[in-house]
Design a protein around this ligand. Structure first.
Ligand code: C5P
Length: 211
């Protein structure tokens, strides 16, 4: 039995009190991973952005809005966990300035200056203790396998799940599960619950081998 932290869903970065940047992540992959991990006997905590689905009742869920809040929750929770699965699609950019009042239309183009948000998986993985592990997801539109391996090394992940853009807001997924040496652990497709069960099984097998 392991204590597993799962990030799930999108985050939001507000431009003003009513407008925000986000993406189409539904949280379905995170919810499916949580169910599969619980089914396999693990204890699950989820840090989720705003979603319209129900997470398994026996998982602890912490809701956040922004990428910074997701990072803060992960930094608080990860030290007491064995592993982290980064299934969230955090918003990668935020406006340099957030307007405290609703931005009024002026008839002119609106220039937004965006800066990068912190990378949650990379931050957690770079600071992990020797017994802890981190699994990341890489969503790429081209050179999926190669880019996923580069991302795994850059973000210090132990396992990378590579998938394509059709995964976003979909009931199904097709993934390649990659080990840190670039070897393919498994290639699976099907419903997100079926794919999640294979991912959890692959993590469990990898943990058994690692000892
Ligand atoms: O967006 P990207 O393809 O870099 O995401 C790869 C992995 O990094 C995913 O596991 C995602 O959850 C994680 N990530 C993160 N914080 C970000 C961006 C991505 O944890 N700001």
């Amino acid at each position: 039995m392991a204590n597993i932290l799962i990030t799930s869903g999108p985050t939001r970065q507000y431009l003003d009190p009513v407008r925000y940047l986000t993406n189409a992540s539904s949280g379905r992959m995170g919810a499916a991973l949580a169910s599969a991990a619980i089914e396999a006997g693990h204890q699950v905590t989820i840090v989720s952005g705003p979603v319209h689905l129900n997470y398994p009742g026996n998982a602890r869920v912490v809701f956040v809005t922004t990428t910074d809040e997701m990072l803060q929750a992960v930094e608080e929770l990860f030290p007491s966990q064995d592993g982290l699965i980064g299934a969230a699609a955090p918003c990668d950019y935020m406006p340099r300035r957030v307007s405290s009042a609703k931005i009024a239309k002026s008839g002119e183009p609106l220039q937004l200056e965006l800066i990068e948000t912190p990378d949650i998986v990379a931050t957690a993985a770079h600071n992990k203790k020797p017994h802890q592990w981190v699994v990341g997801f890489a969503l790429e539109t081209e050179d999926q396998r190669f880019r996923a391996i580069v991302k795994m090394q850059k973000k210090c992940c132990d396992i990378m799940v590579s998938n394509g853009p059709s995964a976003i807001d979909s009931a199904d997924n097709e993934v390649e599960i990659l080990a840190s040496d670039g070897q393919t652990i498994a290639h699976v497709s099907g419903s997100k619950p079926a794919v999640a069960a294979s991912i959890v099984e692959s993590i469990d097998r990898w943990l058994e081998k690692r000892g």
